[in-house]
Write a protein that binds this ligand. Structure first.
Ligand SMILES: Cc1cc2nc3c(=O)[nH]c(=O)nc-3n(C[C@H](O)[C@H](O)[C@H](O)COP(=O)(O)O)c2cc1C
Length: 182
């Protein structure tokens, strides 16, 4: 059940050394390519990386929150073309979430690494750094890297008590409703 998948989904940052099988990579690619996009313009480009040295370079794309990627057997870099769609960020986000959920469904662990709006250092953005590492074509933007591998850590799904039901209004903003009150 899809809700069961959502209930168990977590960000997993520790991975076994075992590679992700090509059949599983193919399913992950299919999940991304089945994403809806505004006006069906499909502005995304995905770079699937399994070469450890390139993954190691990507793991240095920002000072915080990316180092764990170095030990992942698979990284998928989610890029978008603003020349194709003005809402490439939304489209890339949907594809990234589909990827994250498909990985969970396959029993893999995954975690989003934010690249857009982040910096490599004082003079270079994380996007510029990743563009150089991967040799992206001019104009292609980088939203995120999704790290993927067989999980080496176990996490329970987020508890029901953590769900922000108070952020949900009914009919008008601020009006309570529904049957679950937190
Ligand atoms: C847009 C976005 C950016 C994120 N960026 C990072 C990141 O750069 N590094 C990281 O370790 N986790 C990142 N995460 C994962 C969040 O930290 C994680 O989803 C959040 O702490 C909730 O934990 P959970 O996913 O296990 O439920 C990101 C998640 C999202 C949705």
């Amino acid at each position: 059940m899809f809700l069961g998948l959502l209930r168990k989904r977590r960000s997993i940052r520790q991975y076994e050394a075992q590679p992700v099988a090509q059949e599983q990579i193919d399913i992950l690619v299919e999940a991304m390519l089945r994403s809806p996009s505004s006006r069906s313009l499909n502005p995304w480009h995905f770079v699937v990386v399994t070469t450890p040295s390139i993954i190691g370079e990507l793991a240095r794309s920002k000072p915080h929150g990316a180092a764990f990627l170095a030990k992942a057997p698979l990284a998928i870099v989610v890029c978008g073309d603003p020349g194709v769609s003005d809402v490439w960020v939304e489209d890339c986000s949907i594809a990234s979430v589909n990827l994250h959920l498909a990985a969970t469904d396959l029993g893999l662990g995954s975690c989003w690494i934010q690249i857009r709006e982040r910096n490599f250092d004082d003079s270079l953005s994380s996007e510029e750094y990743v563009q150089k590492v991967l040799g992206l074509k001019d104009g292609l933007r980088v939203e995120a890297i999704v790290a993927i591998g067989h999980p080496k850590e176990e996490k329970q799904g987020q508890p029901d008590s953590s769900l922000l039901y108070g952020r949900v209004s009914y009919e008008k903003y601020g009006q309570t409703g529904g049957s679950i009150v937190s």
